[in-house]
Design a binder for this molecule. Structure first.
Ligand code: KG4
Ligand code: ZN
Length: 344
């Protein structure tokens, strides 16, 4: 029997089995993460090694350093996930791994490790989309949440409004035409002299400022569609700081955050019919969560956002998405490769 035939048989067995325990791996950027997730919803362990201190002195992620650090950490993080769940390799039914989008060298570490493990343990491999994982972070937080629903994804690399039609089918309604929301947060934070990663630091500083102090405007976002633009706002901030060297940095941070979050929330609430979920690293921003909650309440929509633990990159979300891919028969073989610009 070929590997493919064995895989299909194994997948069919897992699709029928009552419980499925997945070991998941995420190495798409600067977090080396592994988790054990049961039945797509129950997290048995969530192990994350963050490389932030390593990249901080460079003001951003250095891809080559990220890849090398993943190589150093991956086995330790996977062993930790097993130990925390009180399980051994023999208890694992399948391995889900992020294969894109992300930094190619970083992705390759996770994909190669997962492939080797799947071969050695003779268990199923499931290549998983990073953004599908971010969306699935909501399933870990809301046991009753099921598609269809609308999702706003706001991360360091993506800002999209998508219709989640079922667990593995998505329709992109719109999104950023230039910078991702998280990218804009990081770039503006840098202008303000804040350390990497800028988003959480900018949020902290914004708490001391007045969100209405400066109007950072971008006419592109006034249209009725779901597309957005953040680079004009970023440029407006750069110009303002340049022309007003004495300006309060806290006011700039608060006004910028208010402007970006207003665009994100207005567009997403407009797109949602009954339920709106938030996903991606920027979902950790309390100001955005509060703004969306208020606007959803006003429109009579249910609003969901992941537990803070599952907002930024982690492997539990990959374990959840991987489970639903498995249930849909969307499994991988050992030809799985890293795809840096993978579409949802
Ligand atoms: O999803 P994520 O961990 O990695 C990617 O897939 O890109 O998102 C990271 C992004 C970074 O741009 C980071 O600055 C932003 O999420 N972020 C935040 C906050 N926490 C993380 N942005 C605004 N406020 C936050 N609290
Ligand atoms: Zn991410």
């Amino acid at each position: 029997m070929s590997y493919i035939d064995i895989a299909k048989k194994r997948c069919a067995q897992l699709q029928c089995s009552e419980h499925v325990t997945i070991l998941s791996i995420e190495t798409s950027c600067d977090e080396t993460a592994a988790a054990i997730v049961r039945d797509g919803r129950v997290v048995l362990s969530n192990s994350v090694y963050t490389q932030i201190p390593l990249h901080r002195k460079f003001g951003g992620v250095v891809p080559e350093l990220a890849s090398r650090n993943h190589v150093d950490q991956i086995a330790i993080v996977v062993e930790q996930a097993l130990e925390d769940a009180n399980l051994c390799y023999a208890d694992i039914d399948a391995i889900a791994v992020t294969y894109g989008p992300g930094l190619v060298g970083a992705l390759l570490v996770g994909v190669s490790f997962a492939k080797a493990l799947a071969l050695a343990l003779n268990i199923q491999l499931i290549g998983t989309h990073h953004l599908m994982g971010h969306i699935a972070a909501n399933y870990l937080t809301y046991p009753d949440l099921e598609p269809p629903f609308c999702c706003l994804i706001a991360s360091g690399g993506h800002s999209d409004i998508v219709e989640v039609k079922d667990y593995v089918t998505f329709e992109r309604l719109g999104g950023t035409r230039d910078d991702a929301a998280g990218e804009a947060f990081d770039k503006v934070a840098r202008i303000l002299g804040l350390p990497y990663p800028g988003g959480p630091e900018l949020e902290k500083l914004a708490k001391q400022g007045d969100p209405k102090a400066i109007k950072f405007h971008s006419s592109f976002n006034e249209s009725d569609g779901y597309d957005m633009s953040f680079s004009g706002i970023k440029t407006a901030v750069i110009n303002h700081v340049h022309n007003h060297p004495q300006v309060s940095k806290a006011d700039v941070a608060a006004s910028f955050q208010y402007s970006v979050n207003t665009i994100l929330s207005d567009k997403a609430v407009h797109a949602a019919k009954h339920t709106l979920a938030l996903a991606g690293g920027v979902s950790a921003n309390r100001n955005l969560r509060d703004m969306l909650q208020r606007k959803c309440d006003k429109k009579g929509l249910r609003f969901c956002c992941p537990d803070f633990l599952y907002c930024t990159d982690n492997a539990s979300m990959i374990g959840s998405a991987g489970y639903y891919l498995l249930k849909a028969g969307r499994i991988s073989d050992l030809n799985l490769n890293a795809v840096p610009y993978l579409e949802l």
